[in-house]
Design a protein. Structure first.
Length: 314
């Protein structure tokens, strides 16, 4: 219980720090925020917006008001022209599942390929296969996700193999839905795949030098059983840590990839809020991303206890 409370405390602290800095930076933007949010509003309408956002209060009171509303599920409103047009909470509710699914597919594809490659490279360390995979890994690490997305969209889209634009929900059919996510998911997965494969290879090579592996070999166990049953599990802890940390990088890349493929996820919402200078909306969306990042790392910490009995005992 004490550990759980400390993790929840860290979650709250991260949200407060991230959103406080976001509001502080937006407060430094030149000009009046009510004019930025609704440039064509009348004087009376701007007065209403100022009251609604809390611009008549000082910085700390305004932040406290936003934080209180956010904690009760009120993420503010998106202002279009002079009118309060859209609830930010409704937009996030629509977009968040799309982004979560895209990132889940990307992580699934990355791990599905990276784990066997990492095991193979560790088993054949220094051999031809290891050198080829290592070279390709460095190439994908150097290639930005959005650049790969543009290349895949160009060649696969032009060849009519897969759609290069648009998004189809599940209601349009399973295959139609998945077709619109294949290129974006692969674009996000390739960079992650390279990181995971290289990391797992390094940890496995170190683990294969341990005494318990030598004991397993002395018992006559087959190399495949030693690799997958005895060496992989203790070598996966660092990989899990990086998976959690890479989620933050994945969110950043997903913003660009969603724009390239016209996918209406959180990336598109954040890009819209920045482009239209909807700073109240941006602050709430940044808070949602921060919560997502911390929750992923919370799950990773829990999985640690399943993989390593020493952590569970502690």
């Amino acid at each position: 219980m004490k550990t759980l409370l400390s993790k929840v405390g860290r979650l709250i602290l991260v949200i407060i720090v991230v959103t406080f800095l976001t509001q502080f930076l937006t407060s430094l933007v030149p000009g009046s925020l009510d004019q930025i949010l609704a440039p064509f509003a009348t004087t009376q309408q701007r007065a209403e917006i100022r009251k609604d956002v809390g611009l008549d209060e000082n910085f700390f009171v305004r932040y406290g008001k936003w934080l209180g509303d956010f904690s009760h599920g009120d993420m503010g409103r998106r202002y279009t022209g002079a009118q309060q047009s859209t609830s930010v909470g409704a937009e996030v509710k629509r977009a968040l599942p799309i982004s979560l699914e895209l990132m889940a597919w990307a992580q699934f594809l990355a791990l599905l390929v990276a784990v066997p490659l990492g095991v193979l490279c560790a088993y054949r360390a220094g051999k031809f296969v290891d050198r080829v995979v290592s070279g390709l890994s460095f190439a994908f690490l150097a290639l930005p996700g959005f650049a790969l997305a543009l290349l895949l969209a160009k060649y696969l889209g032009d060849a009519k193999i897969l759609p290069s634009q648009g998004y189809q929900p599940w209601g349009a059919g399973v295959w139609q839905h998945l077709r619109t996510l294949i290129i974006p998911a692969v674009s996000l997965a390739m960079g992650q795949l390279a990181v995971y494969a290289r990391l797992l290879r390094t940890d496995l090579i170190s683990t294969l030098q341990q005494d318990f592996v030598a004991m397993a070999k002395a018992k006559g166990l087959k190399p495949g059983r030693i690799l997958w049953r005895h060496a992989l599990r203790p070598s996966s802890l660092t990989l899990l840590t990086v998976v959690g940390l890479q989620t933050g990088a994945l969110i950043g890349t997903a913003v660009v990839v969603e724009l390239i493929f016209n996918i209406p996820g959180m990336g598109s919402l954040i890009a819209y809020a920045i482009g239209q200078r909807q700073y109240v909306e941006l602050q709430s969306e940044v808070a949602v991303v921060a919560i997502l990042f911390v929750l992923v790392n919370f799950v990773v910490d829990y999985i640690y206890t399943l993989l390593d009995p020493r952590i569970r005992s502690g």
